[in-house]
Design a protein around this ligand. Structure first.
Ligand SMILES: [Zn+2]
Length: 216
């Protein structure tokens, strides 16, 4: 699969961070550029630039060599963007996402239709835990509300299906992005369905909120 330039940037942005993008844009058609030169060109502090470069290096997205500057007596590093490695990063991102959705799905299905949510969003628990807590939030004391997670399960299944069917192409396509149809290509029925599902906001919100909760 050939990656478009946007896909390259989106992948790097998602995995390594927004602050890497102007460096990548600067490096993309060049080779062996010194860290000082990069700092000058993208107009950022040399320490910040090195930090970003090493982050990119951790993902194999750049390579470098060091050379001692004879006049100044210190080492200078020369950097090159490894565009072909973006594929590997995207593949990893894809399998991480798929795994995450699948793990979530198992957890949701284990509590099919039976989640309990604090109205202040302190906790979200399954049926058994809710009984243990006597349907009260242990953090704020509010009565827990029953929440049907059928929609969440549907959403997760769609996501998994999308990642499995469309493969890498689906990995970083934002859900809210309009379905491309302006260039004469027929829009697949399935894509339309996905786009419609993705537009169903409450489902998305529910997933986001519960994911956030999980991290606490
Ligand atoms: Zn609460």
């Amino acid at each position: 699969m050939k990656l478009t330039e946007d896909k390259v940037y989106d992948t790097i942005r998602e995995v390594v961070g927004e602050d890497t993008i102007d460096i990548i844009k600067y490096l993309k058609d060049k080779k062996n550029i010194s860290d000082f030169k990069i700092a000058e060109e993208v107009d950022r502090d040399i320490h910040e630039i090195r930090n970003i470069l090493y982050r990119l290096y951790n993902h194999n997205l750049v390579s470098y060599y060091r050379k001692k500057d004879r006049q100044k007596g210190w080492y200078i590093s020369y950097w090159t963007f490894n565009k072909q490695k973006v594929h590997d990063v995207l593949k990893n991102l894809h399998s991480t996402k798929l795994e995450k959705f699948q793990t979530r799905l198992v957890a949701e299905e284990a509590n099919l239709g039976n989640f309990y949510l604090c109205p202040n969003a302190c906790i979200r628990v399954g049926f058994e835990r809710a009984v243990d807590l006597e349907y009260r939030c242990p953090e704020c004391g509010s009565i827990l509300n029953h929440q049907d997670n059928t929609k969440t399960i549907g959403f997760l299944k769609e996501q998994i299906n999308r990642l499995q069917t469309n493969g890498l192409a689906a990995s970083i396509t934002p859900l809210q992005k309009p379905v491309p149809n302006g260039n004469g290509h027929a829009v697949k029925k399935e894509d339309k369905k996905i786009a419609r599902k993705a537009a169903a906001k409450p489902v998305k919100k529910a997933v986001k909120a519960s994911v956030k909760k999980k991290k606490r």
